[in-house]
Design a binder for this molecule. Sequence first.
Ligand code: ADP
Length: 409
Amino acid sequence: MISNFFILSATAALLILFILNRHLHRARKLSDDALTTWKRQSEQELNQARHDRNRLLDALGDAFFLVDSEANIRFANRASRTLFGARELLDRPVSEAFLDPRLAQALLNCLATGEPTQSLVVLPQQNSPRGDLETRGVNAWIIDAANLPNPSPGEPTTRVIIRDVTAEHQLEQVRKDFVANASHELRTPLAIINGYLENLLDDDMIDEPTMARRFLTIMRKHTDRISHIVEDMLVISRLESGEANMLKVEPFCFHSCINDVLERLESMVRNQKAEIQVAMPDPDLVLHGDRFYWTQVLFNIVENALKQNPRDGLKVIIGCESIGETIHIWVSDDGVGIPSADLPHIFRRFFRVEKHHSQQEIKGTGLGLSIVKRAVEAHGGQIGVTSVPGSETKFLISIPDTRPAGAPI
Ligand code: ADP
């Protein structure tokens, strides 16, 4: 009886054990499946998060990198790939990928000190990340590096932003040059005036009327020059201010503008026995623009031709013709011309061809063509120049023909 009970108990125990084992096995299998699903889900979420992060960082206009503690690039956004062109960036040390060590320096400082670092790097275009061998000038970059808060082991530790500030840098340079040139141009006549004033007052020349008159005449010439420079600078500044209503646009006959200019330059033309030809297939051609500025444009160009060629018998042609949607205006002369090396700089403020510059003591402000270019551009036009010294120097302006539809050609 006891042995029966024992066998029964043992069987029941075995059965329970078996059932328990089955449950345990099933539970383990279930938890393995859940773990695998959870793992897969986490991986998917992580990939999605990475994808979203990359998408956002790719949308940045600036080059953006994530770098690990060994200064290896672990992420580079689209702007950085554009900046560095075809060069391989990922998993490369920054000092290799950035080519110029000055670009990597800010990041290396940040890695070394743990402090956020910003630096401005100005590189000749040949050394810039783009490696443009053709273009002259400089590229300016701000390198901004900072550590990421609490990076996980093996993850990037530092972010780097490279911002292209070339345009701002160039503008700043132009501004500095302008101030330096303007001060220089004004200082010269002021020094001359001061010198004569000293002679008059301190050396008692004022009591010698002939001498005093001569000094005062020279001083007047230089004060005129100062007023001329200041006036030109004001015109440039007005044109550069880009005020929408700065131009008084109205229809006017371009031929009448030419007549005004020739009238103002009449004595110069006569003295130099210059020959001026007007080539306008349609003498009634109407321009829509600010007549004041167009007169100044034409005056500056024609006066330059006469000024630069004081010899007798210069031939100047002033032309204007509407072709298709564009009005072409040109002024050509057969004078000394402009050396080809100077042509790219001719419209810069205060630029004067050295060779011409030394011909006479005072000759223009170097602002005339600057005004011309800005006035033409303010009308939506373009200006260019070609020169074969001694043969033909030609300034050519093209502006959109904005006459209302149906207006007479
Ligand atoms: P400036 O007030 O000295 O005339 P511009 O800006 O008008 O200054 O002209 C810049 C320089 O371009 C001049 O100093 C001159 O050397 C050169 N230049 C302009 N037009 C001519 C021309 N038709 N022939 C030769 N040189 C010219």
